[in-house]
Every structure is written in structure tokens, then in C-alpha cells.
Design a binder for this molecule. Structure first.
Ligand code: HEM
Length: 117
């Protein structure tokens, strides 16, 4: 079961790479107000959701405790991220504050994950 957990943490990190990587490639454009949500960001956010939910299930099935408040906050932030990226996915220009919010929320979620032990 531990192998499965590590496998899904790995996939969870692939999701972060797609979401945050997509954001980082658009930072210059964001400064000019011409950034857009690239498809990889949507796929990354969806990957985070699927692998995150799977990780909760696998951990519970294996009788490992999961911090419900931490997971709840991460889930709430991801839903905001997913909502913004999904609704604006076809827009060629996304307003700077909105685009910046997605990057900031992703980074906040990373630090919640690693600092809240
Ligand atoms: C942008 C959103 C997210 C980011 C950046 C993120 C980031 C991370 C990172 C870096 C880890 C590995 C570090 C560690 O094991 O403590 C991790 C683990 C984990 N994540 Fe996420 N995550 C996100 C969303 C979610 C969601 C929505 C869920 C559940 C619905 C979730 C559930 C978990 C679980 C269960 C683990 C295993 C370790 C633990 O219990 O904290 N994550 N996440």
C-alpha cells in the first residue's frame, strides 16, 4: 500500500508541475496583461484533484490518519483555482490580478502541504 501512496504523491507532483509550470511560462505575458490559462494548467489542476482525492482514500484504507482541516483547506483553494482556470480557459487574455491569484493560490497550497505537518 505504501508503494501506491508514493506513486500517487508522485502523480500529485506531476499535477503541480503542470499547473505551476503553465503559470510560470506566462509570467512575462502576465506583466503585460496578455497571459492566458494554457491547457496544461487545467489538466494539472484536474490531476491535483483526482490524485489528492485518491491519496485521501488510499491513506484512510491503509489506516493512516489524514489531517482533515489541512486537506479541506487545500481542496477549497484548489476548487477556486479550478473554477477560475475552467471558466477562463478559452479567453486569450486574462486580467493580471486573476491570473496572479491562480499562481499565488497554487504556491500557498504547496506551502500548506509541506509546512503543515
Ligand atoms: C494546488 C493544489 C495542491 C497542491 C499544490 C498540493 C501539494 C501537495 C504536496 C507538495 C504534497 C506532498 C507533500 C506531503 O506529502 O506532505 C501533497 C500531498 C498530499 N496531498 Fe496535496 N496538493 C494540492 C491539492 C490537494 C487536494 C485537493 C487534496 C485532496 C482532496 C490533496 C491531498 C493530499 C494528500 C492526502 C497528500 C498526502 C500527504 C498528506 O497527508 O498531506 N492535495 N500535496
Amino acid at each position: 500500500m505504501d508503494v501506491l501512496i508514493h506513486l500517487f504523491v508522485g502523480l500529485h507532483i506531476v499535477g503541480i508541475a503542470a499547473l505551476l509550470g503553465g503559470f510560470l511560462t506566462q509570467m512575462k505575458a502576465m506583466g503585460q496583461g496578455t497571459a492566458r490559462f494554457v491547457p496544461g494548467m487545467l489538466h494539472g489542476a484536474l490531476t491535483m484533484l483526482v490524485t489528492g482525492v485518491a491519496l485521501v482514500g488510499i491513506n484512510q484504507a491503509d489506516h493512516h490518519s489524514v489531517n482533515a482541516i489541512k486537506i479541506g483547506i487545500k481542496l477549497a483553494l484548489l476548487i477556486v483555482i479550478l473554477g477560475l482556470v475552467y471558466v477562463k480557459r478559452d479567453e486569450v487574455r486574462v486580467e493580471k490580478p486573476l491570473f496572479a491569484a491562480v499562481g499565488a493560490l497554487t504556491i500557498v497550497n504547496i506551502f500548506i502541504a509541506v509546512l503543515w505537518t
